[in-house]
Design a protein. Structure first.
Length: 225
């Protein structure tokens, strides 16, 4: 591959192909690429963050040059075979784009396409159901309140999404949230504030809510996946 790249590099031309820049997981055409970003799982550098680009080849090419693009800073990363339809670039950030240039021979001359660039998609957002702290089931049960109380006072398992444990919506996860769920279940108390009427019976139903970036939500509720 490098040998063909060197031979082709003697007299390169840029074809007047249209430039396509696509962001996120859009419907990918033959002329476009799409990217997804995967962060370092623990943020401590043991593994590395990556951006993966995928595309569909419209025309055969000799090779593809891969670049990492951040603002106007274009850095060459790799050369891959022209038959590839996916590449992963390591040590990226969510702001990085992956840019590709496709090279081919036309009548003995070497031509390179304009850069095809895409922006990454942020990792999928986890969702939670307010008041269902244990992250399971389709409706609140006493086990959800007990789960949270065990976590608070007995060293029990950490909730999969702390935001779900804020049952009363006051911004804190504390004893009052467990009491709030028990009051709803057994004393006719109000439901969690983020529930909405999903079936038209004028009664709020357990509702999947996307977690914000600042929410401590490591996993989605099983009913929201």
């Amino acid at each position: 591959m490098e040998q063909r790249r060197t031979l082709c590099g003697r007299d390169r031309h840029r074809l007047r192909w249209p430039i396509h820049r696509q962001r996120g997981r859009q419907s990918v055409t033959d002329e476009g690429i799409a990217c997804s970003f995967t962060p370092d799982p623990d943020g401590e550098g043991g593994e590395t963050s990556t951006t993966t680009a995928t595309w569909t080849n419209r025309d055969p090419s000799l090779f593809i040059e891969v670049y990492a693009l951040l603002g106007t800073d274009l850095v060459f990363r790799n050369t891959i075979a022209g038959t590839n339809t996916e590449v992963t670039v390591r040590n990226t950030t969510p702001e990085h784009q992956v840019a590709l240039e496709f090279f081919t021979n036309v009548n003995g001359d070497c031509y390179g396409s304009p850069l095809f660039a895409c922006g990454p998609t942020a990792p999928p957002t986890n969702s939670y159901i307010q008041g269902m702290c244990n992250g399971v089931g389709t409706g609140p049960q006493i086990t959800s309140a007990v789960f949270f109380l065990n976590f608070l006072f007995l060293g029990g398992a950490e909730p999969p999404c702390m935001k779900a444990c804020d049952s009363n919506g006051d911004g804190n996860g504390d004893l009052s949230d467990g009491v709030y769920v028990l009051a709803y279940l057994f004393l006719g108390g109000p439901p969690p504030s983020l529930w909405v009427d999903g079936d038209g019976d004028l009664v709020p139903d357990p509702t999947c809510t996307p977690a914000a970036a600042e929410d401590d939500c490591k996993a989605s509720h099983e009913a929201c996946r």
